[in-house]
Design a protein around this ligand. Sequence first.
Ligand code: VGL
Ligand code: ZN
Length: 221
Amino acid sequence: MTAKVANQKIDIEICDDDALIIVDLQPDFMPGGNLPVVGGNEIIEDINDLIPLFKTVVGTQDWHPEGHKSFASAHDSKQPYDLFEAPGLGPVLWPDHCIQGTFSADFHPNLSVDEITLILRKGIHHDIDSYSVFLENDKETETGLSGYLKSRGVKRVFMCGLALDYCIFYSAMDGINFGFEVFVIDNLTRAVDSPPGHLERALSTMKEIGVKFIEKKAILA
Ligand code: VGL
Ligand code: ZN
């Protein structure tokens, strides 16, 4: 579902201090994949258009070992999307998805990967999830992305990809906490919205902390 939340009516010129962060555009998050996000396949070409505008482009991959604890299959009598809370996991359990080295965890074949400057894999630790591209769900293990961006002089990050209420949400919040100005490109992301209401809460929390929502057309080519 597209969230109609763009709250910036401004035009944005991309400069060298800006980074594009393309989150988890992997077959498993597309319709037909193991953890499908409705409309996930609709945003790829528009994201491709933006890549040449940025000097720094990060592409992330959800990259789980088999039997990862975020999977319902790793718990007795649990089904995908069942509510579940444990340190570093939840609020739901997931279908098995994005298993390291499989086609479903690769970048979607239509994504233009040649100009990606950094590929970042997350969710690699067996017992803990990593929704954020900056910090694992223990809230202390860094992925190193903040350091990479800062060493390249990045001040503003533009986020797009999947899923709006999970990886984008936690990444946007951490992005602000690490001192970046964070823009979510509203029409180049889609949400899981599980459990119901998760998207609404994620959107209001992001707005409260100062995440800016823009549409692709606000970015001047
Ligand atoms: C994601 C659920 C589980 C995401 C990853 O990329 O938003 N969501 N793993
Ligand atoms: Zn995952």
